[in-house]
Design a protein around this ligand. Sequence first.
Ligand code: FES
Length: 186
Amino acid sequence: MPRFQGIPSSAPPASLVYPRSTMKDAKKPRNLERERAQRVLVRFSSGSNILRLATAVQASIGYVPLYVIPELAQHAELTPEQALAHIEQHPPLRLSPPGRHQVTICTGKTCAGAGGANLVRTARQVLGTNLFCTTSDEAIRIEPFKCIGKCAMAPNIRIDGEVRGAMNEKRFKLLLAALAGPSWRP
Ligand code: FES
């Protein structure tokens, strides 16, 4: 079965869905994200570049929801599988919500060798999510980044844009715990 067929056509986050007020529409919850994405897409002509379309959607709602891919694909005159493949190959585009906190880990050569690779593994293990993904409570998103020229402080991470050098596993776990809040357990 093609991979894309497993993606639900309408799976908006619960926080972004609310019922309409009339009885007639009570069974048709609105998806505010989709509506915003559709308002973005009408600004583009058919056959537009898929990355331009996806970038515009992400600029509007923070990421590119999977359930919007069919509409993006139609607008770009691609199949959903083709559209998804293009988007997945373009790291700045996100397929999951951005999260309240952005934790990025330098995977440049110096940082990776100085412990950055272990920090990536730690983040994946303790948060239970993968790179380019957001924790299920949307608290933290983890991503890699490439060398920013501060190799002398390796390994470097960034939290919400602030660089923190000479990171070690113990400090990193404490920082993740602080970001995730009291309900989080390493
Ligand atoms: S390799 Fe990480 S800052 Fe240079």
